[in-house]
Design a protein around this ligand. Structure first.
Ligand SMILES: Nc1ncnc2c1ncn2[C@@H]1O[C@H](COP(=O)(O)OP(=O)(O)OP(=O)(O)O)[C@@H](O)[C@H]1O
Ligand SMILES: [Mg+2]
Length: 506
């Protein structure tokens, strides 16, 4: 085994030797007994213990800090004895022996700290011993590719242990320095025609998929996962149903599986684990980006991440400000999302994040906050899904803020013309169905009513096979849109108000 392989995959402390464990146990014994004002006699005992630990040659053991559970709540524990030693986000081990479980510090006061369990079911009792483990560190490695891991980088699949990397990282690390980041310069072909044409994505862009429950967000993400334009794919399945994780890995990853790292934390896991899982997925993406890869990072779903942040914020005593969310919502989302994008070198993270729009209200707080941070949004519409048109993308409502980089001038012009046709169709189609539009009243409207159903049919896809005859989607769209143009050539169809054709009203 190589030197780095001897490191633990995750956690706060390196694996202990037997001497270290012995010294640690001695020191723990003292500190547990002496939380509150240790009597003078105990100092003599401390001196003895220090000597013993020094004799065992283990200075690290002397840093072990312990406390006790002071009170137990439904979703958190209050711990005494650690306030001056720990930081926010540090891990603690509560209880002893095989029944010990991990929790994360979410608030600290002068006398007590609040910790939120990292496991769903906890069995804490007042007086249980607590050991401070320190900050979470993870060791991503190339061996993460092709694996399904939990928030701590431990395997969930049956592929055996994962070789840890040589460098330890903070999964909650900050975004790269804004002025040092490379610029976004090139478009990415995702293979999803509706996106490549109308919401083009660039390498290093961050884009959100917004839609109500069951509108096809996860299915669209699984189409994206199989895009050919990326070196590495990282998928964060946050708060999804357990069934969906298995289905995603077995049915949807397809060919991309060997290049993909899946970090999963299902909805029944503790909120701290769900938050960590999103950050671990981001860390994995950063790891590969910093090696020069063009990484596609998919997180499904950001809303469930936000719900976990809400739960932790409330347990930490933060005030709810909007629909139960605390102000942590905004900082957690921007801290996470800002990390995606280009790095300082040639690698990029293209981030695609799904947002469940609660009650189909696109102005609800999570959707609103995320839309402000990202560089584009794809809106899925329930009425389009109900018609069986998938991906159910509402094209007039969806946009990429970087389409000028992704598309050259002629393609931008073509897409503008097609969007105009679609917008006209969407307005006229409903009027026509209600009997408010007489065919022939407007030539451009008639053209839109004839052509747009063809465009919609070509945009429907449920796998990554391209158009018949492997036609380039832009060439194909040019063929459709050109038939809407009227002489003289170069005038954008419908841009000029034309008098009704003589045949109007036929
Ligand atoms: N491209 C597609 N082709 C055919 N059917 C689709 C497609 N996309 C979605 N569907 C249908 O929509 C259903 C819901 O899709 P999906 O699970 O992706 O929705 P979701 O928005 O992720 O839902 P949730 O909010 O519950 O996570 C699927 O079970 C499937 O029937
Ligand atoms: Mg889903």
């Amino acid at each position: 085994m190589s030197e780095p392989d001897k490191q633990p995959a995750a956690g706060a402390m390196p694996a202990s030797s037997s001497r270290m464990a012995a010294a640690g146990a001695l020191v723990r014994h003292f500190t547990l007994d002496g939380i509150a004002n240790p009597p003078a006699g105990r100092f003599r005992r401390l001196a003895g213990l220090l000597d013993t630990a020094a004799m065992l040659g283990n200075s690290e053991a002397l840093t072990a800090r312990c406390g006790r559970v002071l009170s137990v709540r439904q979703n958190s524990v209050i711990i005494a004895g650690l306030s001056t030693w720990c930081g926010l986000g540090d891990l603690v081990s509560v209880g002893s022996g095989a029944s010990a479980w991990r929790a994360q510090i979410i608030a600290a006061n002068p006398d007590t700290v609040t910790a939120k369990p990292m496991t769903a079911n906890v069995n804490a009792k007042v007086g249980d011993p607590v050991q401070l483990l320190g900050p979470v560190v993870l060791r991503p490695s190339a061996a993460w590719k092709g694996r399904v891991l939990d928030a701590l980088g431990e395997p969930l699949d049956d592929g055996g242990p994962v070789a840890p990397g040589g460098e330890a990282f903070d999964p909650y690390r900050p975004a790269p320095d804004a002025m040092k980041r490379a610029r976004i310069t090139r478009g990415a072909a995702t293979g999803v025609r509706a996106l490549d044409l109308f919401v083009p994505v660039c390498h290093g862009q961050r884009i959100g998929i917004f839609g109500g429950a069951g509108t096809g967000k996860s299915q669209l993400l699984s189409l994206l996962v199989n895009s050919h334009g990326f070196d590495t794919v990282v998928v964060g399945l946050i708060g999804e149903r357990g069934r969906e994780v298995r289905e995603f890995v077995e049915d949807r990853l397809g060919e991309s599986g060997k290049n993909a790292t899946v970090i999963a934390s299902t909805g029944d896991e503790a909120p701290s684990m769900r938050i960590l899982a999103a950050n671990t997925a981001m860390l994995a993406a950063e790891y590969f980006r910093d090696r020069g890869d063009s990484v596609l990072l998919i997180i499904d779903s950001l809303t469930r991440f936000a719900h976990a942040v809400r739960e932790v914020g409330l347990a930490a005593g933060e005030m709810p400000v909007v629909r139960g969310h605390t102000t942590l919502l905004y900082s957690s989302l921007s801290n996470l999302l800002e990390r995606a994008g280009p790095g300082e070198g040639s690698g990029t993270i293209t981030g695609i994040f799904s947002v469940l729009v609660d009650g189909d209200d696109h102005n609800e707080p999570v959707a609103d906050a995320v839309r402000g941070i990202l560089d584009g949004h794809v809106v899925l519409d329930r009425s389009i899904a109900a018609m069986g048109r998938f991906p159910a993308i509402d094209i007039p409502m969806s946009l990429s803020r970087l389409s000028d980089i992704a598309l050259d001038k002629s393609r931008r012009q073509l897409v503008r013309e097609a969007r105009r046709l679609i917008a006209t169709y969407e307005q006229a189609d409903e009027m026509r169905r209600l009997g408010g539009y007489v065919p022939g009243a407007d030539e451009f409207v008639d053209t839109a009513l004839a052509l747009v159903p063809q465009i919609y049919a070509a945009l429907s896809q449920d796998d990554n096979t391209g158009l018949p005859g492997a036609r380039d989607p832009f060439e194909w769209l040019e063929g459709i849109v050109s038939s809407a143009r009227t002489p003289p050539q170069g005038v954008v169809a419908g841009q000029e108000r034309r008098p009704p054709a003589p045949a109007a009203g036929k």
